[in-house]
Design a protein around this ligand. Sequence first.
Ligand code: C2E
Ligand code: MG
Ligand code: MG
Length: 575
Amino acid sequence: MSWQMCKAVNKGQETESNLAEKRTSLLTGNPLPMLIYDLETLGFQEVNESATRQYGYNCQEFLKLSLLDICLPEEIPAVLEVVRSPSASVDPEQIWTQVKKDGTHFQVTARANNITYEGRPSRFVVVEDITERRTLHDRLFRMAHHDSLTGLPNRVLLQERMAQAFATADAREHRAAIICMDLDKFKQINDWYGHGVGDECLKHVGTMLTRRLRGMDTVARTGGEEFTVVLGEVESVEAAGRVGSALLQSFGKPMDVDGHKVDLGVSMGIAVYPDHGTDMQELWRNADAAMYRAKRAGGHRFVLVAPDISTAAADSVALAEYMRSMLEERKFCLHYQLQYDLYGKIRGMEALLRLPDQHHGYVSPERFITLAEENGLIHPLGRWVIEETCRQLMQWNVPGREPLRIAVNVSPLQLMRLDFAAEVREILTQSGVNPEWLEMEITERVVLNFDIIAERMKEISAMGIRFAVDDFGTGYSSLQHLHRLPISTVKIDRSFVQRLCEPNSGSYPIVEAIISMGHSLNMQVIAEGVEDKEQMKALQRLGCDAMQGFFLSRPMVETEIEALLGIYSKVAVGY
Ligand code: C2E
Ligand code: MG
Ligand code: MG
């Protein structure tokens, strides 16, 4: 064996054979791979048994190789730099990747010394395989920083990411946000379906959140059914709220877990850095408190930390609680606004949802509908609107009277629910309403979720229910685009009608274009918000099919409509 034949040529008092013996025992007995290479040719002059075992070459093969043959090609420039440095000093912490005879890799740290070997300037290298140590270290690191069930970062790693996100926010002058999330009624899921399904739900939630968020955000599991999200680069408090709302929507649909359809709700508290605190713990605490507030308010909603907790957020929470109790007590009501056709005949009416307040007035639908969409209440509320409209239709559309059609407003969130069509069918069957008496108004916003809702709309229109696009002209859609959906009516937004007769407002040609384009696509066109005779006349001239507005009819309660219904065929509306 070559190391046994090795000859020392060191200067000194010791004899050559003495030194050779010492080196031989040093090399042979050592468990660490040792190599000697020629500093000029880089060819190996000597290797020990441990090195042959480690690298997979036998001794003869090894001595035909050069140092570069066992290095990773990408690392060769760095290796050459070390080789050329006269001091032979290698950073003991530096990790090098080495290549075995079979092409596989392993990682080492190295120590080296310059020596003279057989009269030539050489370098003596001891390497230590740290692959196993690294793997173990990586595993321990993962275990210490990740949750074993979901594989998501845990509290420890989350804190690091939070600190990074806040530092980046400072440096780039933007914001970051923390969202504390707690699954609603998770205990029930465990009780009903067993822990296996419970665990699968948690994994499902982890995957879903990770998919919904961006690479710069972190999703962590921070407790049993608790997740915390750190959003990097957030533009504003509102933007953080929008993320909350989007996440809430993702939870709105039942999850398919192990063959079970599981309905998971989530309560969220959102705190924005630096608006709601600059200290990590303080911010986290605030988000957590907001999350509990969301829970107390009934769950499945998000609460943004407000500078003054008792203001906006608390108002929303109080309003949400109020809505919930009013829905339970069936104290919401519908008002109906009549629509007239070109000839002054009633075309139908629109049902508008009303929430009575404690002072004999009404809460603005814009405010409570938005909140209901944020907290999931829109689903039971929307269902109630359809049921109540159907009840009303059955009462009014008695045999012998020309049937009336009622339009209900439907939120895009309702249409996104997989079971919405089935729900509508069930209500129709139970009430006995002819589907042709119903119209559904959807806003242009639905176009953003085109694919998801298209299918649902097709199912519903196949039943015979018509669709109208509400507030047309305020969104981003073109009529051609909407034409791919089963839409039979387009409602020109009030803002255009209001400026219709103002010179130079630009509204007139827009309304004209919507009407002619609508007609070319076989759609009926209705103008909303007609407030005076001048607007009505202009719309008539433009050939608008129908009109709705305070000038023609204010929204009315059931009894007012009933009083009118007896005479509706004789109503003159001033055409
Ligand atoms: P929308 O569907 O566009 O309803 C028309 C709104 O315009 C109603 O406001 C109505 O009162 C108002 N309006 C009608 N004619 C005139 C007019 O000549 N001038 C003016 N200035 N306003 C007029 P309302 O009842 O406050 O409803 C606001 C919005 O709330 C509705 O707009 C609709 O988007 C939503 N909404 C109402 N009920 C429901 C519902 O049951 N479900 C859903 N998802 N949304 C609803
Ligand atoms: Mg409407
Ligand atoms: Mg409208």
